[in-house]
Design a protein around this ligand. Structure first.
Ligand code: SF4
Ligand code: SF4
Length: 338
């Protein structure tokens, strides 16, 4: 597996890393099998988040068996206050069962008020500096889904890495990555498979990122050894073929930019609706022609989209500003009218 320097951290990371979102939906045995495959196939970078429920714990338990020292550990938290962020770091250390985390990122910064809070005297950045001084974390990074905010954050020159969405249908981060490289920052591509929407073209999508030459490490979410093997094989398999380029262009035209990445940041819904689980039906209806099959699955949902009271809590948390109530209600109506 090709390794790259993660900017000024000087860590040599595998170009494919382990993204820790999906593992939270499975169990610790699945995590162990998947991470053991990562180790066997040369993946040495793990990324998780405090927001991914049990992901850090599953990773920590797995690493107790297969060896913490085989990996660079990265995670991230969304607390904006000094106290909250410091507590998050302590929790992550406990979850990972380690004394030090290689990269801790201030996560999902989108609004100016977040920016102001983070850099205030009692803000998250002060906690990160303190933890770094105490040897609890080695490097401090930043993540965002909003290009203008990510640009502003990297220009503070306070961070060793930037993590931003990048994949075959979302390449608005390229200029940002170019600037990050000029500043000798490590570049981490989040959502390399578009949160799963590129899963059917996974090989081409991985090749696209590796060949861009713009990222230090891409972190597809993985929950089986087979996915690990597939992603590693794709990363090693050379240039995109003409057919693969056409396939990606076709997908980009079909999907557009306005799709759900299944990140789950919109949760919890005040009415208990599984928002990403319902948003996924849009694709089954509009792109895959699987409406009948999807209707059967939708009918087993514990809470239907019709329960939405349009409280707006989810919309304010979605980093892509998707009109969630309108879209899940469209799904509900589509199935009702079938
Ligand atoms: S707007 Fe609807 S879907 Fe969103 S949190 Fe409120 S009830 Fe849930
Ligand atoms: S609706 Fe938005 S926040 Fe929720 S899973 Fe989809 S992209 Fe993420």
């Amino acid at each position: 597996m090709e390794q790259k320097r993660l900017g000024k951290t000087n860590l040599k990371v595998s170009v494919i890393g382990f993204g820790g979102i999906p593992i939270q939906r499975y169990d610790s045995k699945t995590a162990l099998e998947t991470l053991a495959a990562c180790k066997d196939m040369g993946i040495n970078f793990i990324d998780s988040a405090r927001a991914y429920s049990v992901s850090e714990e599953y990773i920590g338990t797995s690493l107790s068996e297969i060896g913490r020292d085989n990996f660079y550990l990265a995670t991230k938290a969304m607390s904006r206050t000094k106290e909250g962020f410091y507590n998050d770091i302590i929790t992550s250390l406990k979850n990972f069962k380690t004394d030090v985390i290689d990269l801790y990122q201030i996560h999902n910064v989108g609004k100016q008020e977040d920016f102001d809070k983070i850099f205030s005297e009692d803000g998250a950045y002060q906690a990160a500096l303190q933890a770094q001084k105490e040897g609890k974390i080695k490097h401090i990074g930043i993540t965002s889904h909003i290009k203008e905010m990510a640009e502003k954050l990297i220009e503070t020159k306070k961070f060793a890495t930037v993590q931003f969405p990048f994949n075959a249908i979302e390449n608005q981060g390229l200029t940002l990555f170019k600037r990050a490289k000029e500043l000798d920052m490590g570049v981490i591509a989040m959502k390399p498979l578009g949160g799963g929407i590129l899963a059917d073209a996974a090989d081409a999508a991985i090749k696209y990122i590796v060949q861009s030459g713009m990222v230090s490490v891409a972190i597809p979410g993985m929950n089986t050894p087979q996915q690990v093997e597939q992603n590693v094989r794709a990363a090693k398999s050379g240039a995109l073929t003409q057919n693969e380029k056409l396939e990606l262009d076709k997908l980009a035209a079909e999907i557009g930019k306005d799709f759900c990445r299944r990140c789950g940041y919109c949760l919890p819904c005040s009415q208990g609706i599984d928002i990403p689980g319902i948003m996924v039906f849009e694709g089954y209806i509009k792109r895959y022609g699987l409406a009948s099959w999807a209707k059967g699955r939708y009918e087993t949902s514990a809470v239907k989209a019709s329960a939405c009271i349009e409280c707006g809590q989810c919309t304010s948390r979605c980093p892509y500003s998707l009109d969630i109530p309108q879209r899940i209600k469209w799904v509900d109506k589509y199935f009702a009218d079938m």
